[in-house]
Design a protein around this ligand. Structure first.
Ligand code: GLC
Length: 540
């Protein structure tokens, strides 16, 4: 099943599956998923679904102000999720099944309960004071500058006992580390070594571009054209500002060269992908360095492209132009911060969206539950959990973090029937779940399984070049993937009307979102509304 082949680094051909650990599988009966739950579900991931790697969102000790993205110890497991022994078992069981394990690393900020911050906060004279970003008030008593927290309000919190402000690009409970202090760099790289020594295969780096800011803390200007951020999601008042100075300072590249050198000390192609929300392609591509920084910056460009053939085509073209020759592309259509794809694109388009994700050139990441076309759940206000949604109404991420739907029973295979999970199940979990979809040949899950098998079996799909096709109807996207003499063509109809699509030669149909399809004997494919097909020129 695995697409891994010895001649390329594993992460180039791997399909990654993101697990939000609170929501995957509860084995302790507290309504919250855990590491042993992930271990229990490895056969599903490796064999039933057939992915090659898992990325697990944070499971470190944390007060959970931001559900684990506020880390209070980088080198342990939160008892809520299990123990280090449980992690080691998960890792060895995953490796036994040829699954790679990527963990989340959160370098920009710690929890305010991390001993480093507690010490730093204790006095101005403490040697750890400079591990975080502390500043006096301006002479007029004002905040040090105008930077804003992504989660709303100023990025500074006043500490009364030492009469200074500390910087937090996110919640006040997430103080930013001062990466300009070499002791911080050394301590954080040690946390990376800790997990590399245990055998993890890679890291997803949380808000990787944030770690270096303008050292002069210059005010951000007001955005001239907030619409220019239209490539990204609406973020309320945060988008009033152009984020020129509070992230992405060029010194960030030195940090990632350092990190890469550490990864390269280890065997087995240890891997790093950075969460980088930068939509200037040239600036984005800098994170590849000369092949000496991150293996990849995450490419979020399709998430906010809309369901529009031309917009998606443009972004694929832009990405392909931006990735340096020594680099490798990647695509993602959902994660724990974004609206579920089945809701964003509409349920009728979910299978076609997955076809796009799994047939483009580069590493795809599937968000847990998207293989079932899980939709965004309306979480009632009294069950709301996400601090962002609580602070900025309308921006809650709870709806994409609801528990995985495994089975048509009251606990849905996620937890015990009598237990209330930490977030409610989606209202269609009784029908939309793994067990039910495995029985249905045309379910989203059965379709994804077939696509993954196809991708794994066809070098053109898992490593080939890509060429966007011209001369198709406006709302149809098409591309050829080629590797030596194998060719695969993908056509996606974004319209809710049928479309006639010209092709060069008759072809064999390898997959269709619309079930079995006879091979095409002519040079026209009549595509159903919302259909995606994967075809191979006959005789190839
Ligand atoms: C990233 C994470 C998000 C988190 C934020 C702060 O964007 O994906 O979930 O809230 O960083 O760590």
């Amino acid at each position: 099943m695995s697409a891994q082949q010895p001649d390329l680094e594993w992460w180039k051909t791997a399909v990654v599956y993101q697990i939000y650990p609170r929501s995957f599988q509860d084995t302790t009966g507290n309504g919250i998923g855990d590491l042993n739950g992930i271990t229990e579900r490895l056969p599903y991931l490796a064999d039933t679904l057939g992915v090659d790697a898992i990325w697990i969102s944070p499971f470190y000790p944390s007060p959970m102000a931001d559900f684990g993205y506020d880390v209070s110890d980088y080198t342990d497991v939160n008892p809520l999720f299990g123990t280090l022994d449980d992690f080691d078992r998960l890792l060895s069981e995953a490796h036994r099944r040829d699954l790679k394990v990527i963990i989340d690393w959160v370098p920009n900020h710690t929890s305010d309960q991390h001993p480093w911050f507690i010490t730093s906060r204790s006095s101005r004279a403490n040697p750890k004071r400079d591990w975080y970003v502390w500043r006096d008030s301006k002479p007029d008593g004002e905040l040090p500058n105008n930077w804003q927290s992504e989660f709303g309000g100023p990025a500074w919190t006043y500490d009364e006992s030492t009469d200074q402000w500390y910087l937090h690009s996110f919640l006040a409970e997430q103080p930013d580390l001062n990466w300009r202090n070499p002791a911080v760099v050394a301590a954080m790289l040690d946390t990376v070594r800790f997990w590399l020594d245990r055998g993890v295969d890679g890291f997803r780096i949380d808000v990787a571009h944030y770690v270096m800011k303008d050292p002069a803390l210059t005010d951000n200007p007001i955005a001239q054209d907030p619409g220019a951020m239209g490539t990204f999601k609406p973020m309320g008042p945060f988008n009033v500002w152009e984020h020129l100075h509070d992230r992405g300072h060029p010194d960030v590249h030195g940090i990632y060269r350092h990190l890469r050198a550490v990864l390269d000390e280890y065997d087995g192609d240890r891997f790093a992908i950075g969460e980088i929300h930068i939509f200037d392609w040239d600036e984005w591509a800098l994170y590849y360095g000369d092949g000496d920084e991150l293996h990849m910056p995450f490419n979020f460009s399709l998430i906010w492209a809309g369901w529009d053939a031309a917009a998606i085509r443009n972004r694929i073209g832009a990405l392909e132009a931006a990735v340096p020759e020594h680099g490798w592309p990647n695509y993602v259509l959902g994660n724990h911060d974004e609206q579920r794809l089945a809701t964003r694109y509409g349920p009728a388009n979910a299978k076609a969206a997955t076809t796009l994700l799994l047939t483009l050139r580069g590493q795809p990441t599937i968000y847990y539950g998207d293989e079932l076309a899980m939709h965004q759940t309306d979480v009632p206000p009294d069950r709301e959990q996400d601090p962002w949604g609580i602070r900025v109404p309308g921006l809650s991420r709870d709806g994409c973090r609801t528990p995985m739907q495994w089975a048509p029973d009251p606990g849905h295979g996620f937890t015990e029937a009598s237990i209330t999970p930490w977030l409610p199940f989606a209202d269609d979990a009784m029908e939309r779940n793994v067990e039910t979809q495995l029985r249905e040949a045309e379910s989203p899950l059965s379709f994804v399984r077939r696509l993954l098998e196809l991708r794994s079996a066809r070098p053109s799909l898992n490593r080939g070049s890509i060429q966007l096709l011209n001369g198709l109807p406006d709302d149809v996207l098409g591309y050829d993937r080629s590797h030596s003499d194998e060719r695969t063509t993908v056509l996606i109809n974004y319209s809710s009307e049928p479309r006639e699509v010209p092709i060069a030669a008759p072809c064999t149909v390898l997959a269709s979102t619309h079930g079995h399809r006879a091979d095409i004997e002519t040079t026209t494919v009549i595509m159903a509304p919302h259909e995606a097909v994967v075809i191979e020129p006959a005789g190839d």
